[in-house]
Design a protein around this ligand. Structure first.
Ligand code: NDP
Ligand code: X2W
Length: 343
């Protein structure tokens, strides 16, 4: 059994890790932290876990974390990097759901995240945990930078086009919408029910920290012209889900069957579903599941790709467990096979 710790067990992605890991056949949940709820039984806060999990929240104590095989950090940016050197030294593996190890260049990281990096020496070793891009490296990793939610949907949506060199990398647009749980559980007036329900807005235009992450991902498979991406996130009045509408322009003479390209690129991927030509994926078909559903549309030189995920599952906890499965040599789909919830 893999002995698991979760730092940040009261947040949205932490709870999602709990929901999925309590029924994982190879996992023993050993440590779950909360600074505010230490001592309180986990099932007291989350009654649906009653009878399935007999553990109380604990304070964050690096010595207890270090006794585990793997530590998930479901914490704000800047928390995992304080503990990673000690944990790796002790032989534990780390999967950070936050962004501490996602960008390779420390100066770029510090500019976007507005704080000094506590252990930039680990940025090179950390493996970006998108299995569809880095499966082999994930399997041998000690430290995983679990991708952001928007970067997961956008990268999976555009990857086949850029790998095949079919579109102009200088003309990419990612028009994305996220449910409110993407912002985490902590209270914020602009995320309250009255502000978000029956409302809709864009945010972070030309200023969102997922822009450099997406560009870094797509840059690894792009050849030729420089990559230029316009990324605009929006806040949907829903609990969960990300819908990315991606626009690209085919190179002159690039006459290829894009449907066949996508089907072939993702044929062996357990969690990417390419829908039939002309389809429109919906958030309801990925809700609480680990799938990314993709549809590709072409008209002349114009390509529109629709890519949807659950931000808390393929966009966070589910992908983190997929990475854990790979790191421990397990079937990648273990504990993640349940279908999406009905609408
Ligand atoms: N929500 C989403 O859709 C996604 C989130 N992410 C990333 O995952 C991480 C977690 O997100 P999310 O679950 O939404 O966040 P939440 O705000 O919902 O939860 C954060 C958790 O971290 C704990 N925490 C806060 N500060 C500290 C600290 N200094 N030391 C230890 N624990 C701390 C809190 O617990 P307590 O106060 O009880 O200790 C809480 O359980 C974030 O970095 C986020 O950006 C990534 C992809 C998608
Ligand atoms: C709706 C909403 O607010 N979403 C979050 C993204 C969540 C996420 O994936 O963020 P990390 O990169 O921090 O992991 C945001 O735009 O900041």
């Amino acid at each position: 059994m893999i002995k698991v710790a979760i730092v940040g067990g009261t947040g949205y992605t932490g709870v999602e890790l709990l929901r999925l890991l309590v029924q994982h056949p190879q996992v023993e949940l050993a440590v779950i932290t909360s600074r505010g709820e230490a001592g309180r039984p986990v099932s007291d806060l989350f009654p649906s876990l009653s009878g399935r999990l007999d553990l109380a929240f604990r304070e964050v104590d690096v010595r207890a974390l270090a006794t585990c095989d793997v530590v998930f950090f479901a914490t704000p940016n800047g928390v995992a990097m304080q503990q990673v050197p000690t944990l790796l030294d002790a032989g534990a593996r780390v999967i950070d759901l936050a962004a501490d190890f996602r960008l390779r260049d420390p100066a770029v990281w510090e500019r976007w995240y507005g704080m000094p990096h506590a252990c930039p020496q680990f940025l090179e070793e950390a493996v970006y945990g998108l299995p569809e891009l880095n499966r082999e490296r994930i399997a041998g990793a000690r430290l995983i930078a679990n991708p952001g939610c928007y970067p997961t949907a956008v990268t999976l949506g555009l990857l086949p086009l850029l790998e095949a060199g079919l579109v102009d990398p200088g003309e990419l647009v990612a028009d994305c919408k996220s449910g409110v749980s993407g912002a985490g559980r902590h209270a914020r007036a602009d995320l309250s029910f009255c502000e978000t329900n029956e409302n809709f807005k864009a945010y972070g235009v030309f200023a969102h920290r997922h822009q450099p992450e997406i560009v870094q991902n797509l840059g690894t498979v792009t050849t030729g012209a420089a990559l230029d991406l316009t990324f605009v996130p929006h806040l949907l009045p829903l609990n969960r889900g990300i819908h990315a509408t991606l626009y690209a322009r085919l190179h002159a003479g690039a006459a290829t069957d894009l449907q066949a390209l996508y089907e072939s690129r993702y044929r062996d991927e357990p969690f990417v579903r390419v829908l039939s030509a002309g389809s429109h994926p919906q958030l309801s078909e990925v809700r609480a599941g680990n799938d990314c559903a993709i549809a590709v549309h072409v008209s002349g030189k114009r390509v529109v790709v629709l890519s949807v995920i659950d931000n808390l599952v393929k966009g966070a906890a589910g992908q983190a467990i997929q990475n854990m499965n790979l790191m421990f040599g397990l079937d990648e789909t273990l504990g993640l096979r349940q279908p999406a919830l009905a609408p």
